[in-house]
Design a protein. Structure first.
Length: 462
């Protein structure tokens, strides 16, 4: 459904969406959208990333041993945060823009390269600090190796945004396959060759470099020699809160884990970690894929709330039909399979994961409207919610110290439930409806069957 408004040259009937025939703009995809094709490549991207990450992390850890793993983890800890920040700073902001010119995209490209360069300097400097703290001079060279790809990562983050805007999910999936594939192969080979912590560092550095080059070469885009500060400010007004939200989400569980370890001990922390890992692996893969699918669909509709609400309803039906059965299967599997797979020592992890599955199901119901909030520009509102969630989680652990895995998970889930009214209200406000209206899209799954009941009864009576 096209919004009301003027349709000018170079537009397709959606206000502010510039097509490639406009020499000053970068458009969204001109091919006919295919939900199945887009979903396949997006799911493949997320799935391959998760498999590579899970398999490689356990295999490399087994090969190098705890001491080398500790050094490698210390070397890459900051790099992971810097990679996320540099890569994400402009990517989703470019997707969210209703209209994007070549000059704006080029300014983002050069700005992201400069930010990547600054991150590289910080990463290199941290190596000296880590070497002094851990009394291992190898960390200096490791930090330098990890710093080198960051300017490329910054450049590739902008290209990632352009490809997502164009719904070129195949190219994004190839980035993951080549980048993480090569990184994983190098990490495993390095571990087998006895490189110790360098295997972990090389896996991270070469994976980031290859992935960035795959995007830059695959897009074939040459940015202009332009640096528009006003355009950068507009993009950063979206990109900074979004990146902040991502970093808060990354830090929330880590801080929660530290507090659980301090209050309940390492055994409970281990059980909690496995409970989260069992659920979050599925949740993170699906949310990543769905985010990339939904944001470029909803962003062009940000000036037409009715059309955006219709898309939210549509995606609520699709996501509900797929993910709610997945949640049910996951809950059944965790109830009956954890002890069989992992042994009796982990019998507390299965029951502790069940509330997390319920929380995941609630997240499924609110996900499309949450993306709509970001598409409509409500990134600061979303950031405030994530920060409040972090504070509530920490306060819950400190005020109600858990003594076992079940209690720890309930503290986590309770803090999220307390924020649910805020989430419903802010999401609905972005769509211009009441707090519960975005959830009604799930009802549409059974609506045709309900509407058919009178006709069925009439035929039965006759």
């Amino acid at each position: 459904m096209a919004p009301d408004g003027p349709v000018g040259p170079g537009h397709d009937g959606r206000t502010g969406v510039v097509l490639p025939d406009d020499p000053g703009g970068i458009g969204r995809t001109t091919r006919r959208p295919s939900l199945r094709r887009d979903a396949f490549w997006s799911a493949l991207d997320a799935g391959v990333s998760g498999i590579f990450s899970l398999v490689t992390s356990f295999l490399v850890a087994r090969l190098v041993g705890p001491q080398a793993l500790g050094i490698g983890t210390a070397a890459t800890a900051l790099n992971v945060v810097l990679w996320v920040a540099v890569n994400a700073l402009f990517a989703d902001a470019l997707v969210q823009q209703p209209e994007l010119t070549e000059r704006e995209a080029s300014s983002a490209f050069w700005g992201s390269c400069l930010i990547g360069l600054g991150a590289a300097v910080l990463q290199a400097a941290v190596g000296w600090v880590l070497a002094s703290m851990l009394d291992d001079q190898r960390l200096i060279g490791m930090a330098l190796a990890l710093a080198l790809p960051l300017p490329l990562v910054g450049a590739a983050g902008v290209v990632q945004g352009l490809l997502t805007r164009e719904r070129a999910y195949r190219r994004l999936a190839l980035r993951t396959i080549f980048g993480q594939g090569l990184g994983s192969a190098v990490g495993i080979a390095g571990a087998l060759a006895g490189l110790g912590p360098w295997a972990i560092v090389l896996q991270q550095a070469l994976g980031a470099t290859t992935g960035a080059l795959a995007l830059l070469l695959g897009r074939g885009w040459r940015p202009l020699a332009a640096f528009d500060r006003a355009a950068l400010r507009r993009l950063l007004a979206i990109g900074l809160p979004l990146t902040g939200s991502t970093l808060v989400l990354i830090g929330r569980y880590r801080l929660f884990a530290v507090l659980i370890g301090a209050s309940a001990g390492s055994t409970v922390l281990g059980e909690v970690h496995i409970a989260f890992r069992l659920v979050d692996t599925v949740r993170d893969l699906t949310s990543t894929a769905l985010w990339r699918l939904l944001l470029p669909v909803l962003s062009p509709l940000q000036s037409d709330r009715k059309a955006m609400l219709a898309q939210v309803d549509r995606w609520m039906r699709l996501i509900g039909l797929v993910m709610l059965p997945v949640c049910a299967v996951l809950a059944f599997g965790l109830s009956h399979g954890v002890v069989r797979v992992m042994g009796p020592a982990w019998q507390s992890a299965g029951p502790a994961a069940l509330p997390l599955v319920g929380l995941m199901a609630i997240g499924v119901l609110t996900f499309p409207a949450s993306v709509a909030l970001v598409a409509a520009g409500g990134v600061r509102i979303a950031l405030y919610g994530h920060v409040a969630s972090l504070l509530l989680t920490c306060a819950g652990v400190l005020l109600i110290p858990p003594s076992n895995a079940w209690q720890a998970v309930m503290v986590w889930c309770g803090s999220q439930i307390l924020l649910l009214p805020y989430t419903l209200w802010t999401n609905a406000r972005a769509l211009g409806v009441g707090p519960l209206r975005p959830l009604f899209g799930l009802f549409m799954i059974v609506r045709p069957q309900i509407e058919a009941l009178p006709a069925i009864r009439a035929r039965a009576g006759s």
